[in-house]
Design a protein. Structure first.
Length: 159
């Protein structure tokens, strides 16, 4: 905020929890605290915590539909928060990634572990952020145990 102000910009902080939207093909709107219509912005700089990704991306899309520039597009925010999709985009762009496995069933656990080269390996929840939901499995038995435990609660994970 200070850097923008120092460069002569009028900076305004909007808490996304206090924003709500009017979806309309002619006059889409974002309202803020008490009904103030937010339509006089040149740009937005989204700062969205992981737990607010869905709503934050919807709000960013609303600003985009109103012709307001967003430093980070709603699509880029969504893509960056989806670990599996991010890896697929990196591969599509020709960038190397570690061998990674993803499966939908605990029945595939042994084959999944073998497919990625065996233990030691990392098991990572798709929904976790900042190191939460990341487990180092140093043996095949530990990997099977962690994967099956996560799968028993229907958690999506990467190996």
């Amino acid at each position: 905020m200070d850097a923008g102000t120092e460069r002569g910009h009028d900076m305004v902080f909007l808490n996304i929890k206090d924003c709500y939207m009017k979806l309309d093909d002619e006059t889409p709107e974002v309202h803020y605290r008490g009904g103030h219509i937010v339509d006089d912005l040149d740009a937005v700089i989204p700062r969205i915590r992981p737990s607010a990704t869905f709503y934050g991306c919807a709000l960013t899309r609303q600003f985009e539909s109103m012709g307001i520039y967003s430093l980070n597009s709603s699509a880029s925010i969504s893509q960056s928060r989806d670990k599996l999709f991010s890896l697929q985009l990196l591969i599509k762009s020709g960038l190397d990634i570690p061998v990674t496995g993803f499966a939908n069933s605990p029945i595939d656990t042994k084959e999944l572990i073998e497919m990625v080269g065996g233990a030691p390996l990392i098991v990572k929840l798709l929904e976790g952020t900042q190191g939460r939901g990341v487990v180092l499995a140093e043996t095949v038995k530990a990997a099977e145990s962690v994967i099956n435990a996560f799968k028993s609660v229907k958690a999506n994970l990467l190996v």
